[in-house]
Design a protein around this ligand. Structure first.
Ligand code: UTP
Length: 289
């Protein structure tokens, strides 16, 4: 069945990008001229998703403001005939039906997803992590949706990561199914280098079936005393109901300082307003490195 609903968990504390994220949600950190979460919403919309629930918490009001009208600003831009900017800021309000829900305690990604139970109802849905921006020709979530529609199973977006990262992410046991699609038979959150299952990890995107809510409700707290989505997805995987897709785009982790810098350089090198100047600057800089 076609996926029309998505959840964007954006209630994390963002401790890895402090102090930038003290008063600004990390999901609002910009990549050139748009906040990270706008790229994520645009990816979902490009994949045909019409209803998006963003999970927030205290101090994340800027996210709600970003997807709302700013009447004063719009009136001023109209008065000054700044049509392009007016179009840019008003179109953000009409991207999709966007809803907000607060996760009252930061109890983990699994808990954030569980908050969406009423919104989702009885259909499969997409999860796009609020700090993972994926840039590519095809929206990453579309690549997952396609596999979900073909096999009617849960699907996670995967890639291989180096050893130093796998210990901070989750590690997957996989078997190749076809092309870029794998069967995921087991997973573990934040493994040690000795008990990792492989270097494949879930990177910011999944399609889940509504059964995940019952599983989450019966999953004990895991690493960090948080309700881990990985622990619930492990149940799905060991039941033989999970696939992984190596998505084609480039993933930028806005939750860490280097990821944020790299995203800005990569996008800056393709953005019409910055690419020439940035390229010249990098070339100049490289001479001294
Ligand atoms: P992360 O683990 O990367 O977010 O979660 P974090 O807790 O902000 O990370 P630290 O503090 O830098 O280590 C992935 C996504 O899940 C959301 C985050 O906002 C992020 O987009 N999340 C995480 C929630 O919505 N609720 C939570 O309780 C935890």
């Amino acid at each position: 069945m076609k996926i029309t609903k998505a959840i964007i968990p954006a209630a994390g504390l963002g401790t890895r990008v402090l102090p930038a994220s003290k008063a600004i949600p990390k999901e609002m950190l910009p990549i050139v001229d748009k906040p990270a979460i706008q790229y994520i919403v645009e990816e979902a919309v490009a994949a045909g998703i019409t209803d998006i629930l963003i999970i927030t918490n205290r101090g994340k009001g800027a996210i709600e403001d970003h997807f709302d009208h700013s009447i004063e600003l719009e009136n001023m831009l109209e008065f000054k005939n700044k049509d392009k900017q007016l179009e840019e800021i008003t179109s953000v309000c009409n991207l999709a039906n966007i809803y907000f829900l607060r996760q009252k305690e930061t109890k983990g990604l699994g808990d954030a997803v569980l908050r969406a139970k009423q919104f989702v109802g009885n259909e499969s849905f997409a999860v796009l992590y609020g700090d993972d921006v994926i840039i590519g020709e095809t929206p990453a979530i579309s690549e997952l949706c396609e596999v979900h529609e073909k096999y009617d199973k849960s699907v996670v977006g995967i890639k291989q990561v180096p050893d130093e990262k796998i210990v901070k992410y989750c590690s997957l046991k996989v078997e190749k199914l076809e092309n870029n699609t794998f069967t995921v038979t087991d997973m573990i959150e934040k493994p040690s280098i000795y008990n990792k299952l492989s270097n494949y990890s879930v990177l910011g995107r999944c399609i889940l079936k509504p059964e995940i809510f019952d599983i989450l409700e019966n999953t004990p707290l895991g690493v960090g005393n948080e309700l881990q989505l990985t622990d619930a997805m492990k149940t799905v995987a060991t039941n033989g109901d999970m696939l992984g897709v190596v998505f084609s785009g480039e993933r930028h982790d806005m939750g860490n300082k280097f990821g944020f810098l790299k995203a800005n350089i990569d996008v800056g090198l393709t953005h019409p307003e910055t690419k020439d100047e940035l390229m010249a600057y990098i070339r100049e800089l490289a001479k001294e490195l």
